[in-house]
Ligand binder design. Structure first.
Ligand code: ADP
Ligand code: MG
Length: 611
């Protein structure tokens, strides 16, 4: 007798729930997606105990017709696609018809809904089984409450983390939704307290302020660009504000929050030398395109997508970021260089911050010998907790007034015709920093960084056309390679010659080099040639762009004045003027700032001449 059986629906729903419903935040994500798909303009989320006790999502969307209410809980039941044609042109966030069936199979769920035309429906489902169906009021919209999540799958419960972590994931989910839908008004309450709010007036910068705080919002640069197939827009942070990981890069494709390493890279390439090594920007990037150019049916959580014209998209993203930064004056203020408070709030995006905060609070609680009961944690009266509440409150207050003048100021200020102002040297500090002034205040310039930038741009230009500039050597360089290396050299002779490097075989595996490109940094020639051969041996192509870039950085660093080198007035003047002619005069090739500014106003404030 055969052993294969068809699984009953409730069991297969539970299995699907394992993929779709990992934790309370996944429920919130799915419910919010449904509300967005139903054209809601207002969505309210009410959580009890980080969603473990209850998650309620209320919207003012289209609602569900009475006849459809039961069907909504069937697996693969959806109103969003009908055929294969739709599947390749998905315009909604949901389309797999799995969420409600999955969520209902692992919780106690109540759905109240009406289209506003006829009386509504209330339906109760426990563990996937319909308990009760009744008529409900006519209020247009839907309310779904999910209680006691995972009550019938105890194994799942075990994987849940502390209440802080779970609430962290939920706020992260809501933040993402709010960033991708600035037109929708979001409100979130946790244990009766409002913890998040967006005005829903379409202003993305206000949503950014809500999530990251005012300081960051004021340091964001607006971007927008179109290509034949794509429209990209959003905000990118000035490079003076960076983070230690990529979690602050938000990618949104047709209103869907996605992950995509290649687009991350395009953004980072756009920032190029503006970012210090190992630091990442804050970016909210909305990419809009014809739905047929993107396949969203790659993963059950729908966060991974595939693009059909990838190259074009990456190019426009990179170029847009690059162009925007090159229109900016990017001198950080000496008075502003501090960790923004908002980074410390619970609504932060940074899971690392989160973990640390959690650990801190856990330790704090353990110190006080508290247990881990949910309510205790959230009613924790410690000053730290109060600070967080306060920050939220003030952030919320800020969006209460949509006429907030700071937004326009922040945007206007950032567009200045002259990017690097004329600065007049006052003197030198510790043989390392040039102090300079003009009518806008005081400047401190890192002389080494400034010269590195000047030299870097000079060498980069010089390296622009390497083939034409070949250096003939009176005494040739000698190389001994292995047999494998020599085979590879012979195979790639043309590649070498194309970049101006001529390797002549000299019997066995010996080679001489009589000429090499003049852009090779002095003293580094042998090393570069060996590196090139190594790259080929490792099966990589010679990335001449990269080698030239590295050579330019190396040369600029080697030939720049170091710290502890005294400059006279004329030399300082010369350096500052040269800096002004640079294309990117604000950061050295390693992304460190060159100039720091203290405005007249900031100085007056620091000396309490004004309060
Ligand atoms: P999907 O979103 O993939 O279609 P779901 O299981 O999430 O699948 O939802 C099933 C169906 O229930 C949806 O296609 C939609 O018709 C209906 N629905 C769910 N939530 C809402 C809501 N908040 N407002 C209106 N209709 C909804
Ligand atoms: Mg859905």
């Amino acid at each position: 007798m055969g052993k294969i059986v068809q699984l009953p629906d409730d069991l297969s729903n539970k299995i699907a729930a394992g993929e779709v419903v990992e934790r309370p935040a996944s429920v919130v994500k799915e419910l919010l997606e449904n509300s967005v798909d139903a054209n809601s303009q207002w969505i309210k989320i009410e959580l009890e105990e980080a969603g473990l006790r209850s998650i309620k999502v209320i919207d003012d969307g289209d609602g569900i017709e009475p006849d459809d209410c039961e069907k909504a809980f069937f697996r693969h039941a959806t109103s969003k696609i009908i055929d294969e044609f739709d599947l390749f042109r998905v315009k909604t966030l949901g389309f797999r018809g799995e969420a409600l069936a999955s969520i209902a199979s692992v919780s106690q769920l109540t759905l109240k809904t009406s289209t506003g035309h006829q009386s509504g429906t209330e339906i109760v489902v426990h563990g996937g089984k319909i308990q009760d169906i009744q008529k409900h009021t006519k209020r247009k919209g839907t309310e779904i409450s999910v209680e006691n999540l995972f009550y019938n799958t105890p194994a799942r419960l075990k994987y849940l983390k502390t209440i802080h972590t779970e609430l962290g994931h939920i706020t992260d989910t809501i933040n993402k939704m709010a960033l991708s839908h600035p037109n929708i008004r979001f409100e979130c309450y946790h244990n009766g307290k409002r913890i998040f709010f967006t005005p829903g007036n379409g202003n993305l910068l206000q949503v950014i302020q809500q999530i990251y705080g005012k300081k960051i919002a004021q340091n964001m640069v607006n971007i927008e660009n179109d290509s034949l197939d794509y429209n990209v827009k959003g905000y990118i942070a000035k490079p003076e504000i960076t983070r230690s990981n990529r979690n602050f890069i938000s990618l949104i494709v047709n209103g869907r929050f996605i992950k995509n390493p290649a687009i991350n890279k395009a953004i980072l390439d756009g920032y190029h030398t503006f970012l210090p090594i190992g630091r990442y920007p804050i970016v909210v990037l909305q990419m809009n395109m014809d739905p047929y150019l993107v396949d969203v049916n790659v993963h059950p959580a729908k966060t991974e997508v595939r693009f059909s014209k990838e190259k074009e998209l990456f190019e426009i993203v990179k170029q847009t970021v690059y162009d925007a930064l090159h229109k900016q004056t990017l001198i950080p203020s000496g008075a502003k260089i501090e960790k923004p408070k908002s980074e410390q709030t619970v609504l932060s995006f940074d899971p690392l911050d989160y973990k640390n905060k959690q650990k801190e609070e856990r330790e704090h609680l353990e110190d006080l010998n508290h247990g881990f009961k949910v309510n205790e944690v959230f009613n924790d009266p410690s000053p730290k907790r109060e600070l967080i509440q306060e920050n939220h409150q003030s952030a919320i207050e800020n969006t209460k007034n949509p006429e907030e003048p700071n937004f326009t100021e922040a945007e206007e200020e950032s567009v200045v015709e002259e990017r690097m102002p004329v600065m007049y040297p006052i003197g030198q500090l510790h043989g390392t920093y040039i102090l300079a002034q003009n009518d806008k205040g005081l400047y401190m310039i890192d002389q080494h960084a400034a010269q590195e930038r000047i030299k870097y741009e000079y060498f980069k230009k010089k390296l622009g056309n390497p083939v034409n500039e070949v250096q003939e050597l009176s005494v040739p360089l000698n190389f001994e390679f292995t047999s494998k290396e020599s085979i590879i050299i012979e195979e790639n002779k043309e590649t070498f010659e194309r970049v101006g490097l001529f390797l002549e075989n000299f019997g066995d595996y010996s080679y001489i080099v009589r000429a090499y490109p003049s852009w090779f940094p002095e003293g580094e020639e042998e090393q570069i040639i060996r590196d090139m051969v190594d790259e080929l041996v490792d099966g990589r192509n010679i990335d001449i762009e990269k080698i030239r870039e590295e050579a330019a950085i190396l040369m600029s660093c080697k030939r720049s004045i170091k710290a502890n080198h005294y400059l006279n007035h004329q030399e300082m003047d010369y350096l500052l003027n040269e800096l002004r002619t640079c294309q990117d005069p604000f950061t050295c090739p390693h992304g460190r700032p060159i100039v720091i500014h203290f405005s007249e106003y900031e100085l007056q404030r620091m000396f309490k001449r004004i309060m």
